[in-house]
Write a protein that binds this ligand. Sequence first.
Ligand code: SF4
Length: 276
Amino acid sequence: MRSAETAKRAWEKFKALSKEVSVASSSPVVSPTLNGSVRGRLFVSHNEKTGLSVNVGMVGSCRPTRECSRYCYGLWGPASFPLAVRRYAENLNCFALLARAPIAELEFEADVLAARTVFLGQDFIRWNGVGDLVPGAVRLISVFASRHPGIQVWVSTRKPELAARIEQHESVHLMLSSDRSTKPVDLVAMRALIKARSPYAFLAYTQLGPDDVPPPDVSIVFLEHCGSKRAGWEPDPRACAATISMELASSRAHANACADCRRCFDVKARRAGRRR
Ligand code: SF4
């Protein structure tokens, strides 16, 4: 784990970069397109583990726990490079526009996002690989899910109050992210939402050491890791295999890990608790 001082420096760097992107303007941010004829505002990221991901600027969306500011991968590596930080901040601006936009604009953005997902051969999309929910994203996810029920939406969040405002659909999977420093009041709200939305909402937990015992109602445990450097302790049976030390037989490489495993966005896979 990095020191608190190092984490603080990284966070300050983030704040400075994010300030360079102005707050919501009326000129849309245009993302790369399928063939040049279909244009959307959102920038969609891709990585070899989780596939497509809609990310937003951490400054302006995240409500970090005391611990997550020290282990969050958004502060380090490719997700922290200036170009990525700017794009995530631009997505945040886009969501500020979508929070007030007419429904037709949301439908258009949802259709472009769905087309790009299908074009890349995925039947799921991850939300908040970096960053957290904001009101414009809540609106877009709801519209997306109602128009494209065949594409699973995997929403990672620490904000149960905003997640509860996403329309209920069988394709929307709310992953409430916690760690040992999540405030009790947030945990209560997360569990209430999970109860109301089960089995389409579940608790995830980042484990920060072998003595850090995940609560029994956690569905998925992420072992603390930093890029390719993974935790070396004996994994919890609920652990994400792509976070387990590569020296252990139960681990797996990042390539296509989520497409193969599906526990975070497939009820059957989650119930089976399987690792692949
Ligand atoms: S548990 Fe499975 S779907 Fe979830 S992050 Fe890990 S590999 Fe991906």
